[in-house]
Design a protein around this ligand. Structure first.
Ligand code: NAX
Ligand code: ADP
Length: 491
């Protein structure tokens, strides 16, 4: 972002002070949607860097938009002020905002506020908060006001490992500029900010797109680009045959959900390789899906007839299933590997080197740590996922509220769709079925993972508009509709 600031300033008529004005205006636009009451007491805390400069401009714009009770507190603990901070301090002079300076903690005693705008330190944070900064932040948190942070909550690192003990601002919402900070996607960030929103401030988008980055947020346009329309004169053979190896006596539902999702995501043919005990349920629930009986003596006779094989949901951990997995590896065809198939790998790490290239592993956090070792923070976990994806030449789709698709070339695609209504068993089985379906339809492993993650969460988002909980089968049933919506955006 810093490079994009510099590029935009150097190559467009926009100056840095203009950019700060854009940022402040974008902040106010978002803030005033949430906080329409112009009579509330608003305290704007400003450091002396550019984050503080934003805070000063925000205070001025709020005041000129009709907010009546704005107090600006300039935090002056002896740091040098930035040029744009100085300009905005002058511009504040003609407004109705009341300005105070905090030179030491003695100056904060009588402060009260309904709303705090935190513009003390932003992305310039280069070390954890200590001394007066830490104490001031503690004081602000104790005000029990609703805190809106500008760009980054003071004390929160935008990237890198987050300290175990967070002592920064506890924001209700962070309104950040142009791109989300990578650390907002990790669960640890919930202590720093309950919500975040990204606002456009007019940085040069072409330049941002051209910048090298290993992290990409998946956008609807990416999914639209990947998704291919179904063709005239196509037939079921055009959309591939997927084999779902899943289910066991007590977990047959996993196989059904996975097969159901595979069907609704468009595979031409789907076969469930499940124990005989699942046959009646399969035929009753999913008459379109074919059955291949699975027991310890059965074999997949002709693996080449399947364009995609998914293995793991509700499979069970046993020696028989370990042998089954090994035989699948011998086919040397990319697999979708989920749930118990990952747990089997966790118990037999030597098998990892035999995973066929371009396979897709879809662990949730526990499966991931069982396979690759315990991690005590998400930054490290994602770094391990990236390294292992490169080393094993596979896609690792690390599932969470925000999922991370780690490609074999080291790139990480972050999925933002999905919501807490989806936090229910079987949801991952559905994701696996969707991926298998896309692989059967000839999408690459990376594209299939990106598209599946996006559409899975999007289906959940649509359903959550009218439901507090959405079940896995509801999501599976919604997939085809979401794909249809997406294809409408294709030119
Ligand atoms: N081009 C621009 O002018 C733009 C800048 N923007 C704002 O600029 C911010 C970044 O501004 P700056 O780079 O000036 O940095 P900050 O305003 O975040 O921080 C100011 C200074 O604080 C010091 N500092 C870092 N960690 C500290 C700690 N733990 N305790 C005490 N002091 C510490 C550093 O020396 C840093 O230079 C962004 O977060 C955003 O709010 C936006 O206005 C967008 C455009
Ligand atoms: N709060 C949430 N926000 C977004 N996605 C969620 C949320 N809770 C669950 N999901 C999604 O649901 C899936 C759960 O997968 P998993 O834990 O493997 O489920 P199961 O093993 O029960 O099938 C993941 O794809 C995850 O991203």
């Amino acid at each position: 972002m810093r490079k994009a600031d510099e590029f935009t300033i150097a190559n467009t008529p926009i100056t840095s002070i203009h950019l700060m004005e854009n940022a402040a205006e974008a902040f106010v636009k978002s803030f005033s949607k949430d906080e329409g009451d112009e009579n509330k007491n608003i305290a704007v805390f400003c450091g002396k860097g550019n984050n503080g400069g934003d805070g000063l401009a925000i205070a001025r714009i709020l005041s000129s938009s009709g907010y009546q009770n704005i107090k600006v507190y300039v935090v002056d603990f002896g740091k040098k002020q930035s040029d744009d901070f100085a300009i905005n301090l002058q511009r504040l002079a003609g407004t109705k905002c009341k300005k105070y300076t905090i030179n030491s903690l003695i100056d904060v005693k009588n402060i009260t506020a309904d709303i705090v705008i935190d513009a003390i330190l932003g992305s310039g944070l280069n070390k954890p908060l200590t001394g007066d900064f830490a104490k001031l932040v503690q004081f602000i948190n104790a005000l029990k006001a609703k805190i809106y942070a500008v760009d980054v909550p003071t004390g929160f690192f935008a990237d890198g490992i987050l300290p175990k003990e967070y002592n920064g601002i506890l924001a209700y919402k962070t309104i950040c500029f142009q791109r989300p900070k990578i650390n907002f996607f990790f669960p640890e960030s919930i202590t720093a900010t309950e919500n975040f929103e990204v606002v456009n401030i007019g940085l040069n988008e072409n330049f941002i797109q051209q910048q090298h980055s290993d992290f990409y947020v998946i956008e609807r346009s990416d999914a639209v680009k990947i998704l291919q329309p179904r063709k005239r004169f196509s037939h079921k053979g055009s959309y591939g045959h997927a084999l779902i190896i899943a289910g066991n006596t007590n977990t047959m539902g996993a196989a059904l959900l996975c097969s159901m999702a595979c069907l609704h995501a468009g595979a031409g043919l789907t076969t469930a390789y499940i124990p005989e005990t699942g046959l009646v349920a399969l035929n009753t629930l999913l008459p379109e899906v074919m059955f291949l009986p699975r027991d310890e003596y059965s074999r997949i006779e002709n693996p080449s007839k399947y364009q995609a094989i998914a293995v793991g949901p509700g499979l069970g951990i046993s020696e028989v299933n370990e042998k089954l997995l090994e035989r699948l590896f011998d086919f040397e065809k990319p697999l979708v590997i989920d749930a118990d198939a990952i747990n089997i790998l966790g118990e037999n790490p030597d098998l990892c080197s035999r995973i066929p290239k371009n396979s897709i592993l879809t662990p949730h956090i526990k499966e991931f740590d069982r396979l690759f070792g315990k991690h005590d923070n998400w930054w490290d976990r994602v770094q391990t996922a990236r390294k292992q994806a490169e080393k094993l030449e596979v896609v690792i789709l690390l599932k969470n509220q925000y999922s991370f698709v780690c490609a074999p070339n080291g790139k990480v695609y972050i999925n933002e769709t999905g919501n807490p209504a989806m936090a229910q068993g079987g949801m991952g089985d559905v994701l696996t079925g969707i991926i298998a379906s896309f692989i059967a339809q000839s999408y690459s492993s990376v594209d299939a993972s990106i598209l599946a993650c996006y559409i899975h969460g999007k289906a959940g988002d649509t359903l959550a508009k009218n439901n507090i909980v959405v079940t896995a089968s509801n999501v599976a049933n919604e997939i085809s509709h979401e794909l249809k919506n997406l294809i409408c955006f294709k030119k």
